[in-house]
Design a protein around this ligand. Structure first.
Ligand code: C2E
Ligand code: MG
Ligand code: MG
Length: 704
């Protein structure tokens, strides 16, 4: 298992193991083959020696036979002489002492049988009959019989197993025999393989030793070579491991001019690219996490940044504190009159101001597009309003100094920690509620959150629910307020005003429900209904107020910018057959928050139909006299707030006179709204104003 692990994890080790195995196998194959070839050669040599020995023994026998034939010696001494020569002298125990004049190996010797299987000559068995002697391993073979047979057929080799003399071991033997017919002798030379194998063992030893030496030496060389070749590959692998943990290290190049060098070069190039790509990603990631908590435009914290800052402060046990919100509502006007870039410049300036005033106890964030929220600590309750006022003044001053003379309208709201909430989220929710209320009331004064504001918001939700049904049920009505020429007393026109008397909620002012409908995106349905109701009543209006009476309709900014607005108006006026020049559409300055050019072109189209356009509540909105030069209105309606103070405040009256001057410059008809008293009327008579719309003459009234 360890070996497998080892092989699995190292390329160089695998290579080394592979080479060494290959080397070992090939060396051993060569060695072992050599050994067997040598062994075989030795065996052949042994056979030749045996055969030659028998041939030589036959010569010796023949010489003695001839001597006997010639009568030089007796047959018995001649035969004994042969035994002496081939084996050795006979000892007293009947065995023969082998002198080994002829080399048949350490244990080899000659044997002679007669054809009956009697031992004519044998080192130990002389005189005995061995006709039935069998092979010690193969019990089927009769060795002597086989040998005699071979000898009678021209001589032959035999291979068999026999006891090694002086031991009990059974060893392989080889024998060769020939027949000497004159005496009917079978002459055999026998030898033990082990005697010849001595030399082959020696060969084996040398072969093995050499093989092992070669394997060791070559293994060392292979080891070094493979390591040197695979080192760069391993370096690359290690480098990659480091890359995974974020370290980008180059590898030293060895010029090997091969694929490995290409690999290392490629790796190093890759590391450089990865490193720079990684750095770029790091930078981006840092930037992204920066953006998660900060506002890019102003470099202030964003809402998440401020939230975590404030909650940290709260958790670290800070004392009384205030969350103060500055909603820059005036920004919309800057955007629409000067363009978004200028609006952004103003935001950046405000951001810079707050950034410059960062301190331990005062930190600000840009919490939504035109809203800045400041966390103020260590301010006494009595001083907080003055403090916020001071901040407001400073911001305005700072912006003015930087070339933006505009009066920056802002809603300012605050919630107190811990009275109004114990976390940023709770406090922020309270400021949002208070902001909504003061926006609905168009109240720019500094507001501290009160519980009744939440109630107001709840009421609004309730009202909106009812409004939806009111719209479905056409629960709205129109009332009409006269516009009277004070010189002649004639009613020159009426303004149509919407009324909603809710069964559950009672009377609700259009100043409240119309903006709500607008927020609910239902202004088109509402406006279509009112407009058609009013224009559908035009004949009755003529009956009541005279044939020349004009009718004024209030148009919400959100309806005015509706893409179907023009068609709806045109169709309504046409279908009710109202003379176009008798219809006046009242729009407020708020409409200019939207794209100026498209508004201007809609007005041009309406004018082309002969419809009149009045600017309502003049002087109360985001007044920028700028647009007066670009758009031709037909009528200017002077708001009640300018009329209200003309009696007691001479400056208010002067202002009214100036408004009349403006109207004269541009050629507008003038209507004064909210005239309630005789005094007011008398005062107005000193101005060019002739058309009066107010309770003095009449409240808005139903048609019948
Ligand atoms: P507005 O267009 O400026 O209408 C004049 C408002 O002044 C009316 O209030 C009218 O009743 C009131 N008014 C007139 N003379 C006097 C006076 O002598 N004394 C006092 N105290 N008030 C006087 P109203 O009807 O409550 O309407 C409020 C606003 O709601 C309107 O202001 C207009 O902006 C909006 N509105 C009314 N009806 C509609 C409508 O059908 N569509 C749209 N889009 N807005 C409407
Ligand atoms: Mg009006
Ligand atoms: Mg008005």
């Amino acid at each position: 298992l360890k070996l497998i692990e080892y092989m699995r994890f190292s390329f160089s080790k695998k290579l080394i193991l592979f080479y060494i195995t290959l080397l070992s196998i090939s060396t051993l194959v060569i060695g072992v083959t050599g050994y067997f070839i040598a062994k075989d050669a030795l065996k052949k040599k042994g056979e030749i020696i045996l055969k030659n020995s028998v041939v030589m023994a036959m010569d010796i026998i023949r010489i003695q036979h001839e001597k006997v034939d010639k009568g030089l010696v007796g047959i018995a001494p001649a035969q004994e002489k042969i035994r002496n020569i081939l084996l050795g002298p006979k000892l007293s125990d009947g065995t023969r002492k082998l002198h080994r004049r002829i080399d048949l190996g350490e244990h080899g010797y000659f044997i002679i049988y007669n054809l009956k299987g009697d031992e004519v000559m044998h080192p130990v068995l002389e005189g005995q009959n061995v006709w039935n002697v069998k092979d010690l391993k193969n019990k089927q073979r009769f060795l002597v019989q086989e040998q005699i047979y071979l000898a009678l057929h021209g001589g032959g080799f035999m291979y068999y197993s026999w006891v090694l003399p002086g031991t009990e071991k059974i060893e392989e033997k080889i024998s060769y025999g020939q027949y000497f017919p004159e005496w009917q002798w079978v002459v055999v030379a026998t030898a033990y393989n082990v005697d010849f194998d001595h030399s082959s063992d020696y060969i084996l030893l040398i072969t093995l030793t050499l093989s092992i030496l070669v394997i060791i030496v070559l293994s060392v060389i292979i080891f070094r070579y493979v390591n040197s070749v695979t080192k760069p590959v391993i370096d690359v692998a290690k480098g990659m491991e480091k890359v995974a943990s974020g370290e980008f290290e180059k590898i030293g190049v060895q010029s090997s001019r091969d694929e490995i060098e290409l690999l290392v070069d490629g790796y190093n190039d890759m590391i450089v690219s990865l490193d720079s790509a990684g750095k770029a990603i790091d930078k981006k990631n840092r930037y992204i996490s920066y953006l998660a908590y900060n506002d890019e435009m102003t470099s202030l914290m964003n809402i998440h940044g401020l939230k975590s800052f404030v909650n940290d402060r709260i958790n670290s046990g800070c004392g009384n504190a205030y969350l103060v919100q500055f909603d820059i509502s005036g920004l919309k006007v800057i955007n629409s009159t000067m363009g978004y870039e200028q609006g952004n410049e103003v935001l950046k300036l405000i951001g810079k101001y707050f950034l410059d005033t960062y301190s331990e106890s005062q930190k600000a964030g840009r919490t939504s597009s035109n809203e800045f929220t400041v966390w103020l600590e260590n301010v006494e309750k009595e001083r907080i309003e003055a403090k916020v006022q001071a901040i407001t003044e400073s911001v305005k001053f700072f912006i003015e100094q930087n070339g933006y003379g505009q009066i920056m309208n802002m809603h300012r709201i605050m919630a107190k920690f811990p009275d109004h909430g114990s976390t940023f989220e709770e406090l922020y929710e309270k400021t949002i509620t208070a902001l909504k209320v003061s926006k609905d009331r168009n109240d720019l004064s500094l507001q501290i959150y009160r519980d009744d504001m939440s109630l107001a918001v709840k009421n609004e939700v309730r009202m909106k629910r009812h409004l939806r049904n009111a719209l479905k049920d056409h629960d709205f009505a129109a009332v009409y307020q006269k516009q009277v020429d004070h010189l002649t007393g004639a009613v020159v026109g009426v303004e149509a005003l919407a009324r909603w008397e809710s069964e559950d909620l009672g009377f609700i002012s259009p100043a409240v429900f119309v903006p709500a409908i607008s927020q609910m995106n239902l202004i088109r349905e509402f406006s279509e209904y009112i407009i058609n109701t009013v224009l559908g009543n035009y004949d009755k209006l003529k009956e009541k107020y005279g044939n020349d009476v004009g009718v004024s309709l209030n148009i919400s900014p959100s309806f005015f910018v509706d893409k179907n607005f023009y068609e709806i108006i045109k169709n309504a006026i046409t279908s009710h057959e109202v003379p176009h020049e008798k219809v006046t559409l009242e729009i407020t300055e708020d409409v200019f928050i939207s794209d100026f050019d498209s508004i201007s072109s809609t007005i041009d189209k309406l004018h082309a139909l002969g419809i009149r356009i009045a600017i309502d509540d003049f002087g109360t909105g985001y007044s920028s006299l700028n647009y007066l030069t670009k758009i031709s209105f037909d009528e200017m309606k002077i708001d009640k707030i300018f009329i209200d103070r003309i009696i007691e405040d001479p400056r208010a009256f002067q202002l009214l006179e100036k408004l009349c001057d403006i109207a004269e410059v541009y050629g507008y008809d003038l209507v004064a709204e909210g005239v309630e008293t005789e005094d007011q009327l008398q005062k107005i008579k000193a101005t060019p104003l002739r058309i009066i719309q107010g309770y003095y003459y009449s409240k808005p009234e139903p048609l019948d």
